[in-house]
Design a protein around this ligand. Structure first.
Ligand code: GDP
Length: 137
């Protein structure tokens, strides 16, 4: 079993797509280990996306991620990290495959519905960034 970290981003929450996204995750075999709704502040978003600090879209991305409530979650299944990335689809929804979350819901390369960790080390960092150990059940 492997755990990964995900965010249902503010665009999807605003558009009322939270339950539909969660349903796709559960239908794909992910167990929801932990979930909470929160408003991520701009400094919190900057810390979370620190690896992108030098990218031209960093300010826009952190503004977007702090633009409204989001759901943060921890998901579990075999091969969870790679399987969630597959279920999400490409960063740019224009390139996302049929049947993926981003193909179905994402509006743009930035407002793209969902986040998923890209490696074991990032998953560990990201889970710890938003959850305490006792919340993971
Ligand atoms: P991900 O792993 O598929 O989420 O993609 P990245 O780690 O490369 O980028 C993180 C997030 O930054 C993406 O999910 C988008 O919300 C945003 N992003 C990525 N590339 C761009 C871009 O070229 N322009 C803008 N405005 N946002 C971007």
């Amino acid at each position: 079993m492997q755990r990964t970290f995900s965010i249902i981003k503010p665009d999807a929450v605003r558009k009322g797509q939270t339950a539909a996204v969660l349903a796709m995750m559960e239908a794909a075999g992910f167990r929801i280990v932990a979930i909470k709704k929160l408003s991520i502040s701009k400094p919190q978003a900057a810390g979370f996306y620190a690896v992108h600090a030098q990218r031209p879209f960093f300010d826009s991305l952190t503004t977007f991620m702090s633009s409204g409530p989001a759901f943060v979650l921890v998901l579990e299944k075999e091969n969870a990290i790679a399987d969630l990335r597959k279920l999400m689809g490409a960063t740019n929804p224009a390139n996302a495959e049929e049947g993926t979350i981003r193909k179905k819901f994402a509006g743009s390369i930035e407002e793209n519905t969902v986040h998923g960790s890209d490696a074991e080390e990032t998953a560990a960092f990201e889970i710890g960034y938003f959850f305490a150990g006792y919340e993971l059940v």
